[in-house]
Design a protein around this ligand. Structure first.
Ligand code: FAD
Length: 625
C-alpha cells in the first residue's frame, strides 16, 4: 500500500515556468516537489535555441532582478550573444543569447538537484485533489497521493498534445516525449475552461551539409553583456559561434503554394489556434504573397551537435515538401533534414479564470503559469513561473502576494494582459504592449524590482544593499554633473566642434552637455577631470536619465494617473446586478472576470469608459454609506 506523501508546495511540470516556480518555493524555505513526465524535458527548449530578443530580454532581466534563475542559467550556457536594436532608443534595446540547448538543460537540472528543500520526481500527475474549492493534493499515474498546501500548474504544451505534419498525427509531446492526458479531463471536471492552442517549429538540418560560403554570417557582440545582474561581465567574455542568414525565394514559395492542399494548417486538420506573430512559412507565403523572399536564421542548437535550427521556417507541411522547399534555398541545396518541422496543439486554460497573483479564482491554492496560461515563449513562461511560485509560497507563509502592475514591469503587462483580456491565440510579449516602456527598460530592471525581490525574501540583504549603493552612486553622479560647470576652453571648443555641437557662449554644467543629443556621458569624459571610475551599468544609467529626462518625467506623470485607477479597488464580492445603469455586455464581462480594480475593469474588452465611470461613481457612493 503506497504511503501518502506530504509537501508544502507541488509544481506540476519542469519546463521554464516550473523550474522558476520550484526554485522560488524551495528558496523561500518550503518543502517543494517538482514533477515532470520526463527528466529529459527539464528546462527543455523544444523550439528556438535562444533566450531573450525584443521585449523577451526585458522579461529575463526583470525575472533575474526578482531572484529568478533563467538569466544566470543562460549566462553560463550561451554560445553567442547580441544586443538587439542598439541603434535605436534604450527602451527597445534587448539582449538575445544563443543557447547550447543541452548545456542549458544540464545546468538548470544541476541547480534544481542541488537546491535544498527541493525534490525532483519523474511522474505524470493525473489528478488534482480539490475539496470544497480548496486544493489539498495531487495524484500521479501510479495512484500515489501527494498532499500539499498549494500547487502550480506548469504543464506547457503537453496536455492532450498532438504533433502534426502532413498526414502524420501523433499524440505525443514535443520531440516525441510522452503527452499528458488525464489532467485535462480532471480540470474540465473541476469546471476549468480549457482552450486549444497550437504552435509550430521548423525542421532541424545537419550543419555539415550546408554551403556557408554563399550565406550571410551573423556574429555576436564584443564585449558581451550578461543577462544576470549578478554575473560579472569579465567572467563571460569568450569565443562565440556564428549564426547564418539564408532566404527563401520564389521557387520555395511556388513549392509551398503547390502543396497547400496537403498542409494540415490549411486542410483544417489542426484545430488549435496558432500565434499570428510567429507564423509558419506556409502562413507567411499566403499572407505576404507580395514578398519574394523571407529571411531564415540558421542557428546552431549547441556545441555538442551539428544540428541547425531554421528560424522563421516553422511548418507542418509533409516531409517530402519540407525537403523540396529546403533544397530550393541557396546554400541548402544538399542539406539533410535531421528532424522534421511539425505543429503541436495542446490544451491550455483561459487565464481570465486567474487573479493577478495567478491563483485560480474558484480553486483556492491552485496557481497556473507558462504556456498553460495561453502565452508562448520560454521567457514569458519563466516570468509567470517565478511569480506563481512566489505567490503560492506567500500564501503558504501567510504573506501578501507579489503583484506587479503595468507600470512596474513587462511581467506586470504580461500577467495583466493574460488575466484581463481575451487571448484568442498564444500570447507573445512585444514592446508595443508596454505603454510605459520608456520606464520599463531592460537596463534598469534591477533598480525597478530588486526591492520587491528583497521583500519576498528571494533577494538577499547583500544583493539588495549593493543595489541601494548603485542607486545612490547614480544619484550622486548626476548631482555632481549638475554642479560641475566648465568654461569655454580650447579643449571644450575642440570637442564640441568635433561633434558639431553648438559652441558655448558662457559656462555650462556637464549635465547640460550630456543632455545635448549629439553628446553623451562617455563623449564628454575628456572635459570631466574629476570623473570617478564608475561601472559600465552605472554610466549607462547616468547617461539615460540625463538624456531622456523629459520623456521619463512625462511618463512618470502618466503612471501617477494610472496608479490612481489601480488603487480604486473593487470588493471581491461585488454584485454587479446592483449597478442599474451598467450596460448588459459590460455587466456580463465584469461578472465573468471580476476585476480587482477600476483600472483592471477599464482594460476589459466590452467595458466602455462610460461603464467605468458608472461603476466608479457607484462604488464611491456605496463606500461612503
Ligand atoms: C513544437 C514547439 C514549437 C514552439 N514554438 C515556439 C515559438 O516559435 N515561439 C515561442 O515563443 N515559443 C515556442 N514554443 C513554446 C515554448 O516552448 C514554450 O513557450 C515554453 O517551453 C513553455 O514553457 P512551460 O514551462 O510553460 O512549458 P514546457 O516547457 O512545455 O514544460 C512543461 C513541463 O510540464 C511537464 N508536464 C506536463 N504535463 C504534466 C503532468 N501531467 N505531470 C507531470 N509533468 C507534466 C512536462 O514534462 C514538462 O516538463 C514552442 C513549443 C513547442 C513544443
Amino acid at each position: 500500500m503506497q504511503k501518502d506523501k506530504y509537501f508544502d508546495l507541488v509544481i506540476i511540470g519542469a519546463g521554464h515556468a516550473g523550474c522558476e516556480a520550484a526554485l522560488a518555493g524551495a528558496r523561500l524555505g518550503l518543502e517543494t516537489i517538482l514533477f515532470t513526465i520526463s527528466m529529459e524535458s527539464v528546462a527543455m527548449m523544444p523550439c528556438n535555441p535562444n533566450i531573450g530578443g525584443t521585449s523577451k530580454g526585458h522579461l529575463v532581466r526583470e525575472l533575474d532582478a526578482l531572484g529568478g534563475q533563467m538569466g544566470k542559467n543562460i549566462d553560463k550556457t550561451f554560445i553567442q550573444s547580441k544586443m538587439l536594436n542598439s541603434s535605436k532608443g534604450p527602451a527597445v534595446h534587448s539582449l538575445r543569447a544563443q543557447a547550447d540547448k543541452q548545456a542549458y538543460t544540464n545546468e538548470m537540472r544541476k541547480t534544481l538537484e542541488n537546491q535544498d528543500n527541493l525534490t525532483l520526481r519523474q511522474a505524470e500527475v493525473t489528478e488534482l485533489i480539490v475539496n470544497e474549492g480548496i486544493l489539498t493534493g495531487v495524484k500521479t499515474v501510479s495512484g500515489a497521493v501527494y498532499h500539499c498546501k498549494a500547487a502550480v500548474l506548469c504543464t506547457g504544451t503537453y496536455l492532450k498534445a498532438r504533433c502534426i505534419y502532413g498526414d502524420v498525427s501523433q499524440y505525443t509531446g514535443p520531440n516525441g516525449l510522452q503527452a499528458a492526458g488525464p489532467l485535462s479531463d480532471c480540470l474540465r471536471n473541476l469546471g476549468v475552461r480549457l482552450l486549444r492552442f497550437k504552435t509550430g517549429t521548423p525542421a532541424r538540418i545537419d550543419g555539415s551539409t550546408i554551403d556557408y560560403s554563399v550565406l550571410e554570417e551573423q556574429i555576436g557582440d564584443d564585449p558581451i553583456v550578461p543577462f544576470s545582474f549578478s554575473t560579472d561581465p569579465d567572467d563571460i567574455q569568450k569565443e562565440q559561434v556564428s549564426c547564418w542568414l539564408a532566404y527563401t525565394n520564389t521557387h520555395t514559395h511556388e513549392i509551398i503554394r503547390n502543396n497547400l492542399d496537403r498542409s494540415p494548417l490549411f486542410s483544417g486538420t489542426i484545430e488549435g489556434t496558432g500565434p499570428r506573430y510567429c507564423p509558419s512559412i506556409e502562413d507567411k507565403v499566403v499572407r505576404f504573397s507580395e514578398k519574394e523572399r523571407h529571411q531564415i536564421f540558421l542557428e546552431p542548437e549547441g556545441l555538442y551537435t551539428n544540428e541547425i535550427y531554421m528560424g522563421g521556417m516553422s511548418s507542418s507541411l509533409p516531409e517530402d515538401v519540407q525537403e523540396d522547399m529546403i533544397h530550393s534555398m541557396v546554400g541548402l541545396e544538399n542539406a539533410k533534414i535531421v528532424k522534421n518541422a511539425y505543429a503541436i496543439e495542446y490544451d491550455c486554460i483561459d487565464a481570465r479564470q486567474l487573479n493577478p497573483d495567478l491563483e485560480f479564482k474558484n480553486i483556492s491554492g491552485l496557481y497556473s503559469a507558462g504556456q498553460m496560461n495561453g502565452s508562448s515563449g520560454y521567457e514569458e513562461a519563466a516570468a509567470q513561473g517565478l511569480i506563481a511560485g512566489i505567490n503560492a509560497s506567500m500564501k503558504i507563509l501567510g504573506k501578501d502576494p507579489l503583484i506587479l502592475d503595468r507600470s512596474d514591469a513587462y511581467i506586470g503587462v504580461l500577467i495583466d494582459d493574460l488575466v484581463t483580456k481575451e487571448n484568442k491565440e498564444p500570447y507573445r510579449m512585444m514592446t508595443s504592449r508596454a505603454e510605459y516602456r520608456l520606464l520599463l527598460r531592460q537596463d534598469n530592471a534591477d533598480l525597478r524590482l530588486r526591492g520587491k525581490g528583497h521583500e519576498t525574501g528571494l533577494v538577499d540583504d547583500t544583493v539588495y544593499e549593493k543595489l541601494l549603493e548603485k542607486e545612490q552612486t547614480i544619484i550622486d553622479e548626476i548631482e555632481r554633473l549638475e554642479q560641475t560647470h566648465i568654461g569655454n576652453s580650447e579643449t571644450v571648443q575642440d570637442l564640441l566642434s568635433r561633434y558639431e555641437s553648438t559652441p558655448l557662449k558662457s559656462g555650462i554644467s556637464l549635465a547640460e552637455l550630456v543632455r545635448r543629443p549629439e553628446l553623451s556621458y562617455s563623449i564628454i569624459a575628456p572635459l570631466d577631470y574629476d570623473r570617478p571610475a564608475l561601472a559600465a551599468d552605472i554610466q549607462e544609467q547616468v547617461n539615460i536619465n540625463l538624456k531622456y529626462e523629459g520623456y521619463i518625467e512625462r511618463q512618470k506623470r502618466q503612471v501617477e494617473q494610472f496608479k490612481k485607477m489601480e488603487k480604486k479597488t473593487i470588493p471581491a464580492d461585488m454584485d454587479y446586478d446592483q449597478v442599474q445603469s451598467l450596460r448588459l455586455e459590460a455587466r456580463q464581462k465584469l461578472k465573468a472576470i471580476r476585476p480587482v480594480s477600476i483600472g483592471q475593469a477599464s482594460r476589459i474588452s466590452g467595458v466602455s469608459p462610460a461603464d467605468v465611470s458608472v461603476l466608479t461613481i457607484w462604488l464611491e457612493k456605496h463606500r461612503k454609506e
